[in-house]
Ligand binder design. Structure first.
Ligand code: PGA
Length: 271
C-alpha cells in the first residue's frame, strides 16, 4: 500500500473537533449564567472545544461566566457594516466588545426568514474576519433541492459565493457547518454516510477553491437534529469534525450527553 504525501498529511492532521450549541432565540441572562456554571465542570476534561452561540443580550454574561473554562462564547448573526444608522442591527465590533469570539453566519433560518443571500453572507464573513471574529459559515440544501438532485449544486454555490474574494490565509480560522435544511429542528437527520459524503464534498469544494492543504485544516461541523443518540456515530465519520446543535443544546442534560457520547472517535490518539 502506498500513500501520497497529501494522504499522509491528512492522516496526521488532527483537525480541532468543535461541538457548538446554537441557542437561537432562547434563554435569558440569568438562565445563561446558570447553564454555563453548571456545564463548565461537566465538560472540563473533555477533548472537544465547546462553543456556545448565545443571544446578543446574554453574550457579556456568558463570556464572563465562561472565563477560565473551556467554553467559547459567540453570536448567531451580525450586520455587515462597521457601524451606521441601521436601527435594530448589531456590528461585529460590538459582539467582540461583549466577549464573542465567533459568529454563526448564513444559518438557514437567517437565509429563510430574513432573506439573507450568499452575497450578503460574504460581506458579513469579510467583516467578521476584519476584526478577528471567527466566522462559522453555515451551508446546506433544502428538501426541494435534495429531491431535485441539486444538493451538491446548492452547497457548492453557498461555499463558493460565501467565501468569494477571500484567500486561504484570510480564512485560516474559518469553520464550516454543513446543515441540511430539512434536518434542522425536524427530528430527521442525515445518516452518517450521507453526512460523510457531503462533508467530503465540502472539503473537495474548498480544495478546488483554495488548495488541498487549506481544505484539510478546516473543521466541518454537522448540524441538523443532533441528539445524544446520533452524536457519536456522526462524529465517527472521518470528515465530521464537530457538531452544531440547536434544540438539544438548550438542556444541560442533553447537551452534556451529546458531548460525552461523542468521545472516543477513531482518530483519537493520532499525534
Ligand atoms: P437543531 O438545529 O439541532 O434543532 O436541528 C440545528 C441548527 O439550527 O443549528
Amino acid at each position: 500500500v502506498s500513500f501520497t504525501i497529501l494522504e499522509c498529511k491528512e492522516f496526521f492532521m488532527l483537525r480541532p473537533k468543535i461541538i457548538t450549541g446554537n441557542w437561537k432565540m432562547y434563554k435569558t441572562i440569568e438562565q445563561t449564567a446558570d447553564f454555563i456554571k453548571a456545564i463548565a465542570p461537566l465538560v472540563a476534561d473533555n477533548p472537544f472545544e465547546i462553543f456556545l452561540a448565545v443571544p446578543f443580550t446574554a453574550i457579556q454574561t456568558a463570556a464572563q461566566a465562561a472565563e477560565g473554562t473551556k467554553l467559547v462564547i459567540g453570536a448567531q448573526n451580525m450586520n455587515d457594516a462597521t457601524e451606521g444608522a441601521f436601527t435594530g442591527e448589531i456590528a461585529a465590533n460590538m459582539l467582540k466588545d461583549a466577549g464573542a469570539e465567533f459568529v454563526l453566519l448564513g444559518h438557514s433560518e437567517r437565509r429563510r426568514y430574513f432573506h439573507e443571500d450568499d452575497a450578503l453572507i460574504n460581506l458579513k464573513i469579510k467583516r467578521a474576519l476584519s476584526i478577528d471574529l471567527r466566522p462559522v459559515l453555515c451551508v446546506g440544501e433544502t428538501l426541494a433541492e435534495r429531491e431535485d438532485d441539486k444538493t451538491q449544486e446548492a452547497v457548492k454555490r453557498q461555499i463558493t459565493q460565501g467565501l468569494a474574494d477571500l484567500s486561504a490565509r484570510e480564512l485560516k480560522n474559518l469553520i464550516l457547518a454543513y446543515e441540511p435544511v430539512w434536518a434542522i429542528g425536524s427530528g430527521l437527520y442525515a445518516t452518517p454516510e450521507e453526512a460523510e459524503e457531503m462533508h467530503q464534498f465540502c472539503r473537495q469544494v474548498l480544495s478546488e477553491l483554495f488548495d488541498p492543504d487549506f481544505a484539510s485544516t478546516i473543521p466541518i461541523q454537522y448540524g441538523g437534529s443532533v441528539n445524544a443518540l446520533n452524536a457519536k456515530v456522526l462524529m465517527e465519520q472521518a470528515d465530521v469534525d464537530g457538531l452544531l446543535v440547536g434544540g438539544a443544546s438548550l438542556s444541560l442534560e442533553s447537551f452534556s450527553h451529546i458531548i460525552h457520547n461523542s468521545e472516543s472517535t477513531p482518530d483519537e490518539g493520532i499525534l
